[in-house]
Design a protein around this ligand. Structure first.
Ligand code: IMP
Ligand code: MG
Length: 188
């Protein structure tokens, strides 16, 4: 870390490291290799779910040794900052036409899975050639329905976590690792 002091070292709201930086790097490289093999001859369109997935997608895209294309969408779920109501709204839609494309949805974290099941239904209606999901984190024991997650980075305990793209009220997205958040949760 180039001699600089970790700007978060004395933040009382940050708890233990759930996934360390080197562990993230290694797993993203592995996922990249797996995706490179699986999608050989049919380069995928990566669909990043903003904002949380932006760090993961940036690293993952460079770990896939294929001519991928990138698009993003943003969804908002009604509910508080730490719970999802299941009612999801597309805030920013894709620029790309998905018809006949091999779509790989890139998600930061799956908690209840409600956001993802809504997204999957909505994207499948656009008739892609295939649709798979790559989620960096999946919270253990939280999903009421079985989700078909083809690619998963890590299964993590059901704590609220921040870093590597994940936020609380827009903060901590630039933490290089994933940590437990112990502070008050602001709705936003
Ligand atoms: P789900 O619909 O309950 O699966 O919630 C998924 C979305 O909620 C994720 O894409 C995140 O944006 C957000 N989320 C869920 N858990 C966390 C967390 O621990 N930290 C930060 N964001 C989270
Ligand atoms: Mg979010």
């Amino acid at each position: 870390m180039s001699g600089a002091v970790d700007p978060w070292h004395d933040d009382p709201h940050l708890g233990e490291i759930v996934v360390a930086e080197d562990v993230l790097d290694k797993r993203v490289a592995e996922l990249g290799d797996e995706l490179t093999a699986d999608y050989e001859g049919r380069p995928p369109l990566l669909v990043g779910v903003l904002k949380g997935a932006f760090v993961f997608m940036s690293d993952l895209a460079r770990a896939i040794k294929l001519p991928v294309e990138i698009d993003v969408m943003a969804v908002a779920s009604y509910g508080s900052a730490t719970t999802t109501s299941g009612v999801v709204r597309i805030v920013k839609d894709l620029d790309s036409d998905l018809t006949g494309r091999h779509v790989l949805v890139v998600e930061d974290i799956v908690d209840s899975g409600l956001t993802l099941s809504y997204l999957r239904r909505s994207l499948l209606a656009r008739e892609p050639a295939s649709l798979e999901v790559c989620a960096l984190l999946v919270k253990e024991g939280q999903q009421p329905v079985k989700l078909d997650l083809r690619y998963v980075g890590f299964h993590v305990p059901p704590d609220f976590v921040v870093g590597y793209g994940l936020d609380v009220a827009e903060r901590y997205r630039n933490l290089p690792d994933v940590r437990v958040y112990k502070g008050p949760v602001t709705v936003g």
